[in-house]
Design a protein around this ligand. Structure first.
Ligand SMILES: Cc1cc2nc3c(=O)[nH]c(=O)nc-3n(C[C@H](O)[C@H](O)[C@H](O)COP(=O)(O)OP(=O)(O)OC[C@H]3O[C@@H](n4cnc5c(N)ncnc54)[C@H](O)[C@@H]3O)c2cc1C
Length: 252
């Protein structure tokens, strides 16, 4: 008899499995419908020895020392800070938008204070900020919105920013300094041997059994367990119409 049937071997399910097994002495069966552990953070080496993030690039970043210390039990780290360049009007410029982005794009030589004035001069006044479009045009104006945000957001979400809640783009900062890092968290790194190795180390405990390539609905009546913890998409659990999420198609 298992104490817990945990559905999903991503960060949520694997952390719960590790904690319940190692701290509470519980017997856990961890079920995932994919062929591997790690959820969306799964990575693997290809035939040329290149580490591939199967479901899109994942960068570890947190401000929580507790989280960093916890995961450090299962991996060493490779120092890494994520910097992204956008191809705009034939130039490669930093995104999130910062001082260098504006100077490079418009051939200017503004200071941090001057770029603040620049943003004020192009920003559109909005009575109410409701959509993602409102957030961006009220900060950096319509031209930069069109150049940097509109197409990108449509590609990521399959929706125009005018149809998306303000919170979606509100988390993308606009900087008046030259900080070109994508994230500003205190702890940023990559697991030295990849995320999958980290998960393998988390889950190598005698109280944890792993069942892959299995939808929990196929086995829940046959596996003896006391409690179930589900970490998959909530709309699927309740058989609801799929909720809006990033429109990413996994290609190999
Ligand atoms: C393209 C992309 C880039 C990202 N980049 C970053 C980043 O750089 N840094 C960062 O911190 N986060 C990033 N994220 C977010 C990160 O992937 C998630 O926060 C994290 O994976 C969530 O973990 P989870 O365990 O909740 O879910 P998941 O990783 O999705 O794991 C859920 C698991 O449940 C399984 N499952 C679902 N239904 C069933 C079922 N019926 N039966 C059995 N198993 C089931 C799934 O197969 C899956 O493996 C990114 C996400 C995406 C899509």
């Amino acid at each position: 008899m298992f104490d817990y049937l945990i559905v999903g071997a991503g960060f949520a399910g694997s952390t719960l499995a590790e904690r319940l097994a190692s701290q509470a002495g519980k017997k856990v069966i961890l079920v995932d419908k994919r062929l591997h552990i790690g959820g969306n953070a799964y990575d693997h080496y290809d035939d040329s020895g290149v580490l591939i993030h199967r479901y899109g690039p994942h960068i570890f970043h947190t401000n929580s020392k507790v989280v960093f210390d916890y995961l450090s039990r299962f991996t060493k780290w490779r120092a890494y800070q994520h910097r992204v360049l956008a191809n705009v009007d034939g130039q490669l410029v930093p995104i999130p938008i910062n001082l260098d982005t504006i100077n490079q794009l418009y051939g200017l030589n503004l200071t941090s204070m001057e770029v603040e004035k620049f943003f004020e001069s192009v920003a559109e006044q909005k009575e109410q900020i409701r959509t993602s479009e409102d957030v961006v045009v009220s900060k950096v104006g319509r031209e930069l919105y069109e150049k940097f945000f509109r197409g990108y957001t449509r590609k990521q979400w399959g929706l125009d920013p005018s149809e998306l809640d303000a919170s979606v783009t509100a988390r993308v900062p606009t900087r008046t300094n030259r900080d070109a890092r994508y994230f500003t968290d205190c702890y940023q790194a990559m697991p030295l041997h990849g995320f999958t190795r980290l998960f393998e180390n988390m889950l190598s405990h005698e109280n944890i059994q792993i069942l892959l390539n299995t939808d929990y609905r196929e086995v829940q009546d046959y596996i003896p367990y006391k409690e179930m913890i589900y970490t998959g998409p909530v709309d699927e659990y309740f058989d609801l119409k799929p909720m809006i999420s990033r429109s990413i198609r996994w290609l190999q």
